[in-house]
Design a protein around this ligand. Structure first.
Ligand SMILES: Nc1nc2c(ncn2[C@@H]2O[C@H](COP(=O)(O)OP(=O)(O)OP(=O)(O)O)[C@@H](O)[C@H]2O)c(=O)[nH]1
Ligand SMILES: [Mg+2]
Length: 137
């Protein structure tokens, strides 16, 4: 499957290398691009450019000088820029495990759905990874 992975980022520099490395390992042999839509106020854009230049799959950076509508607006901009029929949105802070992407692709490829959602409310889901122990939703 051809896939555009849209990653909204706000000051996520320290996570970029690991995210790309884990996506590359999880999706080895597949066709995909990564589209970062960045509203950072720090050096995240240059971190993304350096990491993207090293990665074996296509990566693009859209840095928004005049960010509109925050995280939601960034995701919409990523959809507009995507070149693939299927788009996947994932956080840039490693809260969404890249290792789960193949399972989502397999579900989409069955062909009977338009949208696939990974949810902690689905069967087998957990709240692991939320900010702290008080967060369950
Ligand atoms: N482009 C862009 N990305 C953002 C913005 N705010 C957050 N992000 C990114 O969106 C992703 C999710 O951000 P979080 O703050 O963890 O939002 P969340 O996962 O909905 O909230 P939590 O459940 O509290 O973790 C991360 O990759 C952030 O860097 C924004 O204003 N613009
Ligand atoms: Mg989060």
């Amino acid at each position: 499957m051809e896939l555009s992975i849209i990653v909204p980022t706000f000051n996520e520099g320290p996570n970029v290398d690991e995210l790309l490395r884990r996506l590359g390992a999880a999706l080895a042999g597949r066709m995909f691009e990564v589209v970062f839509v960045d509203d950072s106020t720090d050096d995240t854009p240059s971190v993304i450019e350096t990491a993207g230049a090293r990665s074996p799959f296509p990566g693009r950076l859209i840095h928004r000088e005049a960010a509109t509508a925050g995280l939601g607006g960034a995701v919409v901009e990523g959809f507009r820029a995507a070149t693939s029929r299927w788009c996947l949105v994932m956080d840039g802070d490693l809260q969404h495990p890249p290792e789960d992407v193949p399972r989502m692709i397999t579900r989409a490829e069955r062909g009977d759905v338009d949208v696939v959602v990974a949810s902690r409310y689905a069967s087998g889901g957990t709240s692991t990874g939320l900010a702290d122990a008080t967060r369950t939703a």
